[in-house]
Ligand binder design. Sequence first.
Ligand code: 4GY
Length: 254
Amino acid sequence: MRIDVVTLFPAMVEHAASFGVTGRAAERGLWQLATWNPRDFASDSYRSVDDRPYGGGPGMVMLAEPLARALGAARKAQSDAGMKTSRTIYLSPAGAPLTHARVVELANAHDAGIVLLAGRYEGVDERLLAREVNEEIAIGDFVVSGGELPALMLIDAIVRQLPGALNDEASAQEDSFVNGLLDCPHYTRPEVYAGDAVPDVLSSGHHAQIRRWRLKASLARTMQRRPDLFARRVLSKEETQLVREVQQENEAQQ
Ligand code: 4GY
């Protein structure tokens, strides 16, 4: 997997990606990162990358030309490195909401290069986006100051899906969203913390009961916190029974 990021802050992306799961996966050769600074592709002596918006208003807009050159250099580098295709993704709140399913699709396209465009200021000249961007993705319904953190979040989500990236392969399969449910609660030592004990079943060693408790806790949480996710979920026979138990327990509480 190769990911190239076009950004005014290449050090921010390279540094953040060098830690933890993404850093280790790069050391293991599971993915390669390269960054491209549009400032290095500017055409004037000031190395301008932005200008005032047509129509007026606050802030600045990123110039199309340096971005087009930087994207071109990123794609050429991907092609030279043997990638069959390059897909350009722009991170913006106006994009399609990112889902775990889309992350898995991107992670499975091993020989397809990914080019991420991280914007700054008020955004990017629309003509550049129309010509050069294949897909616009939002990581949430909120606004941050630049596309770098969203790009890093997308990178982290993709890289942790690559085989060998996690020390325990099973852990990626147990995360929230993998089976359309939120993750269950987790506990570690001490067995009693601040007068609060760990649920008995988790120290019982009874694996079938532990699995059932965790599935039930995931269902209860998803119902409570994410009714939208729960509504889309097709329940197995066992899950239907567990949901019934959760509802009965909730009624008994009221
Ligand atoms: N939310 N999801 C997001 C964002 C801010 C381009 C500069 C988001 O993906 N990106 O908030 N990006 C950027 C957008 C112009 C600010």
